[in-house]
Ligand binder design. Structure first.
Ligand code: TXA
Ligand code: MG
Length: 366
């Protein structure tokens, strides 16, 4: 099987929608990362998603809804959420919070974890009593959902534990030999997966996965404290955010997180080149030539043994997020044999999401 990469013409979107209705699965662009979509009420299609990704079944999928489903009532009508799942004493508050967050952030990179309707197949939610739902902002995703006529369950379109794809060709590299269609919607704007926010039955909020919509922003909008559970220490599933494993987003090549920014490195900080013929460097910010020169001098090697990719010359977090997975993938596909990455020291806002992805990409390696 070799996937067809479809340009997003109305005919091709209709073709992908028909494939989805018939139970096939399709690579779908979104503003965060590309997803691997299947009809939410077609359990065989959903099973195919797990199979193709080699994803463990304890890791639930996010359900993507169309642009006319921006109210809790419409999500109940779609038989996705069940509001009686909220405790009666706090139901009103939980509903108001959910609606406020939808009004503010949908369509966009916020996944809300809400009590699930019994009609959502267990395979979608890994048997949990909750379901993650988001309304993507990408116009092609919206059109695809509308034309399919049902919400789409979609995880990121990478093999399990690997780097999330931000371009159609990345999906092709990950899964092109296993699926029929990839809709090409250009480069994903955000570049990191959505913020996953749970609204508990007693109307408490907790971020299960950090993303571009930050804890602070959610606190400002809702006037409520938002809980941020610590990253799971074990390689096994964490009970609250299944699938958020310590090791994730990993390149094939070894990746080590540096102890400090490249320009501050001293020889004693740096043990990697002993194992490396050609070193790849993921620079969060700054000038790649200066970083290369500094590293070459510190390590006492020729410049051409070092390949540097910069995510943002100015250190802009949105730009860093936008380029992170694509540049990590580029280094992974280059001739370097080891990758080192600058750490993200700002662990608030988008910095938290970037730091989270870098730690998981390097987990077990450093
Ligand atoms: O931006 C995104 O969210 C992308 C695009 C394609 O929409 N999707 C994505 O899906 O990143 P995925 O499957 O790679 O990550 C989904 C994660 C799960 O691993 C889990 O941590 C969390 O979302 N999740 C989903 N449903 C949940 C639930 N009911 N309870 C707790 N966590 C849930
Ligand atoms: Mg993923």
């Amino acid at each position: 099987m070799k996937a067809r990469i479809l340009s997003p013409t109305p005919e091709n979107i209709a073709l992908a929608a028909a494939a989805l209705r018939s139970g096939d699965i399709v690579g779908m662009p979104t503003e965060t990362v590309y997803g691997l979509a299947g009809g939410v009420s077609l359990p065989l299609a959903v099973a195919k998603i797990f199979d193709v990704k080699e994803r463990p079944t304890f890791d639930p999928l996010i359900v993507h809804v169309g642009s006319d489903s921006k109210t809790l009532e419409s999500l109940s009508e779609l038989r996705l959420v069940d509001l009686t799942g909220f405790k009666s004493s706090t139901r009103k508050r939980a509903r108001a919070l959910a609606q406020l967050l939808m009004d503010e952030f949908w369509p966009g990179p916020l996944t809300l974890v809400l009590p699930k309707h019994q009609d959502v197949p267990d395979i979608v939610t890994s048997g949990l009593a909750t379901v993650g739902i988001r309304m993507p902002r990408h116009p092609i995703a919206q059109r695809l959902i509308d034309m399919t006529g049902m919400p789409l369950a979609a995880p990121s379109a990478n093999r399990f534990g690997r780097i999330s794809p931000t371009r159609a060709q990345d999906v092709d590299a990950e899964l092109g030999d296993r699926i029929n269609y990839i809709l090409d919607g250009g480069r994903s704007d955000v570049g990191l997966e959505s913020t996953v926010l749970a609204i508990s039955p007693d109307a408490k909020l907790s971020v299960l996965r950090p993303g571009i919509i930050s804890k602070t922003e959610i606190e400002e909008i809702t006037g409520m404290p938002v809980d941020r559970p610590p990253a799971s220490k074990s390689r096994r599933q964490s009970p609250r955010a299944p699938g958020m494993l310590e090791s994730h987003y990993a390149p094939h090549k070894p990746l080590t997180l540096l102890p400090c920014p490249v320009l501050k490195l001293r020889k004693e900080d740096f043990k990697v080149p002993l194992k490396s013929d050609r070193l790849g460097v993921l620079l969060l910010s700054g000038d790649p030539a200066a970083a290369r020169k500094h590293l070459a001098a510190v390590l006492g090697v020729e410049n051409d043994r070092i390949l540097v990719k910069t995510l943002s010359r100015t250190g802009d977090f949105q730009e860093i997020a936008h380029h992170l997975f694509a540049e990590l993938r580029a280094l992974d596909g280059s001739d370097v044999d080891w990758i080192v990455a600058e750490p993200c020291s700002v662990e608030v806002g988008l910095g938290h999401a970037i730091a989270d992805r870098l730690k998981r990409a390097s987990a077990g390696r450093s």
